[in-house]
Ligand binder design. Structure first.
Ligand code: SF4
Ligand code: SF4
Length: 394
């Protein structure tokens, strides 16, 4: 079969596996090596140390698989979905849309592996290596070369039909004719840069992960620095703001057919209050097969507490007080204390003062004291006796 015939067959097979778009990129050293190293040097990969590993492979994908010549890049639309409405409730609007349903790593990974097996069989002795957001591959760069989209100023891959799609790729030892890259779609638009609440997009095409809500709510373990908490707003997992404001997403784009990306019944009724109090066995049931497991239960609870504090609704005081008194993880208790300080009022003050009598961790005690100090400052009232600081029980 000639190379063009092979590409036509690859498109056919990828489409049969349920992928919405397919493109081919030639494998060659990245032209963005210097920019990538500079991004790492500035620490803009935040705590994601894996991004600083296997850099040579990332910058030259031919080194990942000996003899690799081309990449088959695929895209799968996850939003909007046919027969799916925007989920309601006080939690789901604030979970990044890609994470509402089944974990895409799992869903796309299985399909790509099956597709790679077929390719090895049909085009022997072709060798393959498949990845979905996991390998040492600059997958947006590859997908852009394969014509699946163009990198926007928000650093997402963008098409005229929008950016609500996920990427995967199979490296191949076949030499194939590449697709044509698309041309710039941003022009003079700067909406995403202006809308980002944390200034993570301080310059076009450049993401400082150490300021991005997605990083803090998903990747970061332990407490989130206080200066970031207000800016996180009520996002519980990830953030979609810089995509939501993009004019290409506001237009009516294509509709995904993948029912596995629908919010499943076991999570539909979950709200912030339930999430904050979720027992581990129920968490396993509710979040089985979900990408949200990446944040772990304690991370989701911490994020729920942050969201409650930023919403400022007094209905959250009682669940936050319970979390502050009973939660196992210090980071959850820290954020519960902070949130009570944000919400304020007599019940929050009582909860913080009571927790101060029983809390044994210095980190949490410091949060309680700070919350009490802020409450007192806001009320213009003197602090309760002995606060803040002072001797703490072991
Ligand atoms: Fe900013 Fe949110 Fe986009 Fe991160 S995901 S760059 S925090 S708008
Ligand atoms: Fe580009 Fe504007 Fe979309 Fe940002 S919001 S990615 S600048 S088109």
């Amino acid at each position: 079969m000639d190379p063009a015939g092979i590409v036509a067959r690859l498109r056919e097979l990828a489409s049969e596996r349920g992928f919405d778009r397919v493109g081919v990129a030639r494998l060659e050293p990245s032209p963005h090596g210097e920019a990538y190293r500079s991004w790492l040097k500035k620490g803009h990969h935040a705590g994601m140390e894996y991004l600083a590993q296997r850099v040579e492979e990332r910058l030259d994908p031919r080194t990942i698989l000996p003899g690799a010549r081309s990449a088959l890049c695929v895209a799968l639309q996850y939003w909007p979905l046919a027969d799916a409405e925007e989920p309601s409730g006080d939690l789901w609007p604030r979970v990044a849309r890609y994470a509402h349903g089944r974990d895409y790593h799992n869903l796309m990974g299985k399909r790509l592996k099956r597709l790679a097996k077929t390719l090895r069989e049909e085009f022997a002795p072709c060798q393959t290596r498949a990845y979905v957001d996991t390998g040492p591959v600059l997958e947006r760069e590859l997908a852009a070369k394969a014509g699946l989209g163009v990198v926007g100023k928000n650093t997402c891959l963008l098409r005229r039909e929008g950016s609500w799609f996920l990427l995967g790729e199979i490296l191949l030892t076949l030499e194939l004719p590449p697709d044509e890259p698309l041309t710039d779609l941003c022009g003079r638009c700067t909406r995403c840069l202006e809308a980002c609440p944390t200034e993570a997009l301080s310059e076009p095409f450049h993401l400082d992960s150490s300021r991005c809500i997605s990083y803090w709510t998903i990747e970061h373990r332990e407490s989130v620095p206080r200066e970031m908490r207000r800016q996180i707003g009520d996002w519980v997992f990830g953030c979609d703001i810089c995509q939501e404001v993009c004019p290409w997403n506001i237009r009516k784009g294509p509709v995904g057919e993948e029912t596995d990306f629908h919010l499943p019944s076991q999570r539909q009724d979950l709200d912030l209050i339930q999430l904050l109090a979720l027992p581990r066995d129920e968490y396993r049931e509710r979040f089985r097969g979900s990408a949200m497991q990446r944040a772990r239960l304690e991370g989701l609870k911490r994020n729920a507490a942050t969201a409650m504090g930023n919403r400022g609704d007094e209905k959250y005081v009682a669940p936050l007080a319970t979390a502050l008194a009973q939660e196992e993880h210090a980071a959850v208790r820290c954020h519960a204390a902070w949130a009570l300080g944000r919400i304020g009022g007599e019940p929050a003050l009582r909860a913080l003062t009571g927790a101060r009598e029983t809390e044994g961790e210095a980190e949490v005690l410091a949060e309680i004291d700070q919350a009490l100090a802020e409450l007192a400052a806001n009320a213009g009232a003197p602090l309760p006796t002995g606060l803040p600081g002072g001797a703490k029980r072991p």
